[in-house]
Ligand binder design. Structure first.
Ligand code: FAD
Length: 321
């Protein structure tokens, strides 16, 4: 029987978790970007560490799109999500830092990013349940989403055959966290390349993220799948992989089966010649999944169609200058 008292915090065992489940949850994956520990004290400690002690906020603008390490971003979102920290505390700490050391492009950008959280909140308050509808607040039904459970499952498990996507999904599955750049990449790939109903992706994030926050998640997904506010950004996932994981370090961390891959093929491993597959042991379809042929890099038919569409647009005078 659980004790009932305002100052009594029940243990995980009292909540019904088994010993094995508790041990598993307390163990950190050695590949994690940050060893998150819950509670207000630990949240405040991280805030102090990121802003004041290590002064990492000074480099935020240059590092915020990185994929590896504890200091490329503040990692404060899990404490924000469970109410241990507030944006106001982070904002004031950053302002204090600016007073002591001067404002910079990085501190300004950092404060701007904090406002995204509030923006998403107000946006959800404004549009309420419409935010969760399949084609978003503007009813963009032309997306005509699919719901192929096999494809959705491969994306969830990090088995799409696209190394960066698989690495990001495996990271979230193992640690409960994914870098912001990664969230945009996998969400865009899921909707724009795989053409799956964005809500399956958002629900999965909700299930896995330790920083899950309804407004930030559903706002982020709406934005990344072209049904939210602002302009529609369609990412070239292969270019994103080459730009943000230049040396393939993140991929090798999360897809160890690709460790022997030459750098020239690490991002588009599906093009690895048969002879190299043999010599490196990366036989596609065995050691690593064959790629889902869903975009112009993996499917020549899609590339041809895109070329035809562009020519048609040029003829009609719709071409972008
Ligand atoms: P930092 O870069 O250090 O930023 C500091 C804080 O600013 C963050 O903790 C966050 O509160 C706020 N912030 C920064 N960028 C954003 C943003 N784009 N949207 C909202 N707030 C932002 N964030 C969540 O907290 N919970 C979610 O469930 C969530 N789901 C997302 C889903 C998608 C598809 C996308 C594209 C973004 C999502 N985000 C979510 C936003 C962002 O990815 C995370 O807030 C950020 O990665 C957390 O890491 P950090 O604390 O190191 O961020």
């Amino acid at each position: 029987m659980m004790k009932e008292s305002a100052d009594y915090l029940p243990t995980l065992t009292e909540f019904g978790f088994s010993k094995e489940e508790i041990l598993k949850a307390e163990k950190h994956d050695s590949r994690t970007c940050y060893k998150f520990v819950g509670g207000e004290d630990m949240g405040l400690k991280r805030l102090e560490e990121y802003i004041t002690e290590k002064r990492s906020v000074r480099h935020y603008n240059d590092t915020r799109n990185n994929l590896i390490g504890s200091e490329y971003s503040s990692k404060l979102s899990p404490w924000l999500a469970n109410g241990s920290l507030s944006i106001r505390e982070i904002y004031h700490k950053t302002r204090e830092f600016e007073k002591a050391h001067g404002a910079s492009e990085s501190t300004k950008v950092y404060i701007d990013e904090l406002f995204w959280r509030d923006f998403n909140r107000f946006w959800c308050m404004r549009y309420a349940n419409k935010v969760f509808s399949p084609y978003g607040i503007y009813d963009r039904e032309y997306y005509d989403w699919n719901t192929d459970q096999e494809i959705v499952q491969r994306w969830r498990e990090g088995r799409t055959g696209m190394p960066l996507i698989d690495s990001l999904m495996r990271d979230m599955n193992a640690t409960g966290f994914m870098p912001n750049r990664g969230r945009m990449i996998v969400a865009c790939y899921f909707t724009m390349d795989l053409k799956q109903d964005w809500r399956y992706g958002a629900h999965y994030f909700e299930e896995k993220l330790i920083d899950h926050d309804v407004q930030s998640n559903y706002g982020g997904w709406s934005f990344s799948s072209g049904i939210g506010p602002g302009r529609v950004l369609v990412f070239n996932s292969l270019k994103q992989s080459r730009d943000f994981d230049k040396e393939g370090k993140y991929i090798k961390r999360w897809c160890p089966e690709l460790k022997a891959a030459p750098l020239s093929y690490i991002h588009d491993i599906w093009n690895l010649p048969k002879a190299l597959q043999k010599s490196t042991g990366i036989v596609l379809g065995e050691a690593y999944p064959t790629v889902i042929k869903c975009n112009k890099y993996t499917n020549p038919e899609v590339a041809k169609k895109e070329k035809r569409d562009k020519a048609e647009q040029r003829k009609l005078g719709f071409e972008k200058k």
